[in-house]
Design a binder for this molecule. Structure first.
Ligand code: AOS
Ligand code: ZN
Ligand code: ZN
Length: 396
């Protein structure tokens, strides 16, 4: 067991550079008001429009240095001029990342969207995705993310098989509309809002559809979307092996899809996930895996909530980079179960906060981003300036 707290120089040059270039994409909806199914809470100073959400994303990036992209959600982030929104983001050192479609808040989609038995409604849902692709062109977004609330509540309500067929047809039309440099990422979720069956309930179903579509279709793994006890790092390893892990939606999962701060429920799980990433070199910016957050902050302040999330992911990553891969491989070859496990747990148990503080200072950032942000006075400023903000999101 290592007794010392490592410093930046204890990392290999490659590991240092991976930490220096790591990026995490923030969801615009994390900055708006949100709540539970029982109530949407209001927070003073929340953004009044997508421009102000981007201003807040830029704050997280200013202090952490690792969040230079924002995911948008349509129609929550609908604006008249997407090129102007893109320019506004770029002025602040932020780019537009993934465009998220929304086919779950319209009366028409009560019985499904891309799977709906009614051709008119299915057409409407496909057209919404075509509109999202136009928005991708205007904003320079590289990826369209699809999460569907589609499913049924009662056995017999609709044909499971026919819904899969309609889903495949709908996705094929959407995929065909993408440009060559755009990709589609399909998210799965085991239940909710549908309770009997969900049309994309698991990584296998998402993968089957992605394989049918083509190389630019990949799976999104939302860490909150699994049954208790699921070995998520196994899914990560498998999708990486197949080259089909498109993105993460990071968040926690205490009992179900809570959208709370990543690493809050189980930092060891987050470490195990990042270990699978690091082990196969999938952390590099050109690896094709987009590390996104999918979170809402109902009780805590939103910008600090996102800062904490970004640093939690950074900490898990730094620990994964500290795993002594050579010693681990040796112990595994020798069949030394406890030695292998020790090497693994030793990295997890290491305090990497000083190392990350050093990293930030080497990049001209404050060593403690949370403290620096709280001291900046930004929260007081937005509380005074932004009166009446509600920033469309879950509460809209
Ligand atoms: C819903 O449970 C999913 O996690 C989606 O990613 C959803 O689109 C997101 O939570 C906000 O839109
Ligand atoms: Zn998600
Ligand atoms: Zn979710």
């Amino acid at each position: 067991m290592s007794a010392t707290t490592p410093s930046l120089s204890d990392l290999s040059a490659e590991a240092r550079s991976l930490l220096q270039t790591q990026t995490i994409e923030l969801p615009s909806w994390a900055f708006g008001n949100s709540g539970t199914r029982f109530r949407v809470f209001t927070t003073a100073g929340v953004p009044r429009d997508p421009y102000e959400k981007i201003d807040d994303v830029a704050q997280v990036n200013k202090y952490t240095g690792v969040t230079p992209r924002v995911s948008l959600h349509i129609p929550w982030d609908k604006v008249d001029d997407y090129e102007a929104l893109r320019a506004h983001a770029e002025d602040q050192g932020v780019t537009i990342g993934t465009i998220n479609s929304n086919v779950f808040q319209d009366e028409d989609y009560k019985l499904g969207s891309l799977t709906n038995p009614d051709e008119r409604i299915r057409r409407k849902a496909i057209d919404h995705h075509l509109e999202c692709i136009d928005i991708m062109r205007a904003t320079g977004s590289p990826a369209l993310k699809i999460w569907l609330a589609d499913g049924t509540n009662y056995p017999g309500q609709d044909s499971i098989r026919a819904r899969q067929d309609r889903l495949a047809d709908s996705l094929a039309e959407i995929y065909a509309a993408l440009d060559d440099d755009q990709q589609l990422v399909l998210e799965y979720k085991f239940f909710e809002p549908a309770f009997y069956h969900t049309d994309v309930p698991d990584w296998g179903t998402s993968l089957v559809h992605c394989l049918a579509l083509g190389e630019r279709a990949k799976v999104v793994l939302d860490t909150g979307h699994h049954a208790p006890g699921t070995n998520i790092e196994f899914i990560v390893a498998q999708l990486l092996r197949l080259g089909r892990l498109g993105a993460f939606d990071f968040n926690s999962r205490f009992y179900a899809d809570d959208d709370l701060i990543v690493g809050a429920a189980d930092p060891y799980q987050l470490f195990r996930i990042m270990n699978e990433i690091v082990a196969v070199g999938a952390l590099a910016p050109d690896s094709g895996v987009n590390f996104m957050l999918d979170q809402c902050h109902n009780l805590e302040e939103k910008i600090p909530g996102e800062i904490r999330s970004a640093t939690n992911v950074q900490e898990a990553t730094a620990k994964a980079l500290l795993v002594d891969r050579e010693a681990l491989a040796q112990a595994q070859r020798a069949g030394d179960v406890l030695a292998a496990n020790d090497i693994f747990v030793d990295a997890f148990s290491t305090d990497v906060r000083p190392l990350l503080a050093e990293l930030r200072e080497s990049q001209g950032l404050a060593p403690d981003p949370m403290r620096a942000f709280l001291d900046s006075g930004y929260l007081d400023k937005i509380r005074a300036e932004r009166v009446g903000g509600n920033a469309a999101g879950w509460g809209a």
